[in-house]
Design a protein around this ligand. Sequence first.
Ligand code: FES
Ligand SMILES: [Fe+2]
Length: 393
Amino acid sequence: MQPEKKLDIAVNEAVSQRLVTHLREDTTDLAEHDLFVPASDFVSHDRAASEVAVMKSLPMVVAHASEIRDNGDFLTREILDMPLLIARQSDGKAQVYLNMCRHRGGRVEQAAQGNKRVFMCQYHGWSYDRDGGRLRTVPFESSFEKIDRGCNSLIAFPTEERHGLVFAVLSEQGATALAEYLGAEVDAQMAPWQLEASSVVIDKTFTLDINWKLVMDGAIDIIHPRFLHPGGVGDLIESNVGVFKDYGRHCQHFGARTKLKALAKAEAGFSGGSKYIGSNLVIYPNSMMIAAPEHVEFWTVWPCVGQPGRSITHLRFLVRDAILDDALRARVDKSWEILQHAATQEDWPMERFIQQNAEAWPQGQYRYGRSELACAHLHRQLQRDIDAAAGQA
Ligand code: FES
Ligand SMILES: [Fe+2]
């Protein structure tokens, strides 16, 4: 007989004990104060432009390693209105380029994905090396003035892979410096999930008429499941019980699945792994790693540039290759059905109402209560970064 595969991931003992105490005592982690966010933050064009500027200065997740698994694999993708060409070079390193020809701005690659050594712009045939993006050939070169190969490479963005995620800073300045950016605590939370040895099992993209922060809020929110998802997600996870961890820019919320509450109340022993404890690791500014019992829901939410009321949510379910089999695939499909129902029928329609109300009454403000620590953390951090950028300008 095959040894049983270990499916769940351990949760830090101190965190699980704190959560059990909260369940027994009907308490939760609390901030000192509520946070008020102006409704105009969800509709203002100036605000949206400031947020995009902040985003472009930070490492953001643009791909999963498995999407460019082999050397030479590439994919093209638009992020923040920027056409990107994401390639795995001969040395195995991922590199993100702007998919823009240095002649007159054509796209150098039009396919969604593939494997190539050279990219050639279809407009007038200029070609570029996959490795380093250097300009190779220029048809009719003698009819141009001298073209300096040294300064006509593809625009390359600082790129780094960590935990199987390809991060890029979408500006020419700056560096990814991911070890420092994520920090040891985020690393420690991500590592056991082995995203670098995982496959994308579910891959969905949704364009929503909702500000990106409201979509993030909806996935982070811990006090709504009972009310918005009765008979569904609301029966699976406890509302308004959680442990909050502040990791600098990033943060994490740990919540209880309902089966843990019964164990905690009975004072029985339990293993505090991902089977009983769900978590949402917010990888600032716009990604979230939501831990399901055996897999990860990886969310990335992109604002649409120039449209404060619109965003694109990219959802990927990642499963460790070591445990992926048909039975688990079926469970993950089921899990997607539950999430799909909750998101498309309940969360996003409610967030759309919130967006409409922000548009109808931008002079209003929204309140984030003391237990809504992770939502508040995101809004506060974003404000800090916008203020810092304004200070530098
Ligand atoms: S625009 Fe690419 S070759 Fe002319
Ligand atoms: Fe929800």
